[in-house]
Design a protein around this ligand. Structure first.
Ligand SMILES: [Cu+2]
Length: 220
């Protein structure tokens, strides 16, 4: 009887363990919903993809100081690279996202992403002035529109906080069907060196707006 009792207990524990694993997996699934600009990579997405496997490696402090300060400031922002959004903005993006807080979505979620607003030597990818931006729409929200802005020549992302006046709207899409990846053609002539590509993604499933800063080094 005793051994039967034990095996019953073990079976119950095994079932409990499986349920906990399922809850953990579902949790991860939820966290990977939403989406982000994956190319050129948005700041949180970039820090996540390049450092999530070694986010406590002290080498990050010298190799990639801006990702380092972001991971230090709030690791949740990195794990939730896909959740940089506001709801109920009603299209008033400039009111919801004040100057100096563009990269954190107007300090959304109590400033979870505040470190992304810090000027500095963010890791930047080389791109020609005409390139294809990609939105990773993991949860197939689609878009009412996607607006892509690029900083004006002369703006210095290493020293200046980003404001709306620093930006030029270079592309606006119409509504985009759902799909895991969404390419957007961008043309931003007359620029060289480090710039910020700023994307506003207005999702279609409800009034959910996403804001992304991607760092690009224009090669001409
Ligand atoms: Cu979403």
């Amino acid at each position: 009887m005793l051994s039967l009792g034990r095996s019953t207990v073990w079976r119950a524990l095994a079932v409990l363990g499986a349920s906990l694993t399922m809850v953990a997996t579902l949790g991860t699934g939820n966290a990977s919903a939403h989406g982000a600009v994956s190319d050129p990579p948005a700041r949180a997405y970039d820090c996540y993809t390049r450092w999530s496997g070694s986010w406590q490696d002290p080498a990050m402090e010298t190799e990639d100081p801006m990702c380092y300060q972001a991971w230090q400031a709030n690791p949740d922002a990195m794990w939730n690279w896909n959740g940089l959004l506001r709801e109920g903005v009603g299209g008033n993006h400039q009111a919801a996202v004040p100057d100096g807080t563009l990269c954190s979505g107007g300090l959304t979620f109590d400033g979870r992403y505040a470190a992304l607003d810090e000027p500095g030597a963010w890791h930047a990818v080389d791109r020609p002035n005409s390139f294809t931006l990609n939105l990773l729409d993991n949860s197939s929200h689609g878009a009412d529109y996607i607006r892509v802005y690029v900083t004006k020549q002369g703006f210095d992302p290493t020293t200046q906080p980003l404001t709306w006046d620093d930006l030029e709207l270079v592309t606006e899409t119409g509504s985009v069907p759902t799909g895991t990846s969404t390419p957007v053609e961008v043309n931003a002539p007359g620029r060289t060196g480090h710039h910020i590509v700023y994307t506003v993604w207005q999702a279609s499933h409800l009034d959910q707006s996403y804001y992304f800063c991607s760092d690009v080094n224009f090669t001409g």
